[in-house]
Design a protein. Structure first.
Length: 239
């Protein structure tokens, strides 16, 4: 489980760095702050930064609620279909490998090229509830974009022994996605600079994540990941 939680956290980070998420981070943080991006970069008001950060917390709680609910659902399905667990693992492994091939660019899956993300508009009456709802809309709108990575984590959740396993996995995934968002909320200026300077690197990060998904998919198919978790292989190595 320690291995799976680590992978889930890294998957969240990879989702944040995916081109379609990372490119619009400034716009989303602008929404949370109630200011333009230019105004945010020039504003050094600590109180305003704290307000943006607290709205960021509401935002990440919104998408975390959705992702953790998906984890619970996946675990519940795995529990109901426990006798089909081995078959589900093999099917899930194949799907994860296909998604990995998509991320590497070896094959392209058209419906994964689209998203229905909510476009940030200047808020009239921005509240913590609206920021929370924006997080929910984010999780729904970006599902095709983060779908390959998220599907791998949900597949591992199906293999869990309890509902708690699914909750832990998707909590780790949400944390990996949430922490960079909260950091961006505090320092939008340098995030914008990084975006401008290293935006091309996100493509290579996506390819690397695709390769990792292919490996994870193969491990799921042959039951290697479950065996490593069961015997604490990586824990014994101090990892």
């Amino acid at each position: 489980m320690n291995l799976s939680l680590g992978l889930a956290f890294l998957a969240g980070l990879a989702s944040f760095l995916s081109p379609c998420v990372f490119s619009l981070v400034p716009a989303y943080v602008s929404y949370l702050s109630g200011q333009s991006i230019a105004a945010m970069k020039n504003n050094q008001d600590s109180a305003k930064k704290l307000e943006t950060f607290t709205h960021g917390i509401a935002f990440v709680l919104g998408f975390s609620l959705v992702f953790i609910s998906l984890g619970l659902t996946a675990s519940a399905i795995g529990g109901v279909l426990y006798f089909l667990r081995d078959y589900l693992a093999k099917i899930g492994g194949i799907v994860v490998v296909i998604f990995g091939l998509h991320l590497t660019g070896i094959i392209r899956i058209p419906f994964l090229e689209y998203d229905v993300r909510v476009q940030s508009q200047r808020p009239g009456g921005r509240t913590y509830i609206s920021s929370f709802l924006m997080g929910i809309f984010f999780s729904a709108g970006w599902s095709p974009c983060v779908g390959p990575v998220l599907s791998a984590i949900l597949t591992m959740a199906i293999q869990g022994d309890s509902l708690a396993d699914g909750t832990k996995l998707l909590s780790a995934y949400s944390a990996g996605l949430a922490i960079p968002f909260l950091i961006a909320a505090l320092g939008i200026g340098w995030v914008t600079k990084i975006l401008q300077r290293y935006s091309k690197l996100t493509h290579y990060i996506e390819i690397i994540m695709g390769v990792i998904l292919i490996i994870v998919g193969i491990m799921l198919f042959f039951g290697v990941l479950e065996t490593l978790n069961q015997y604490g292989f990586f824990v014994d190595l101090g990892l």
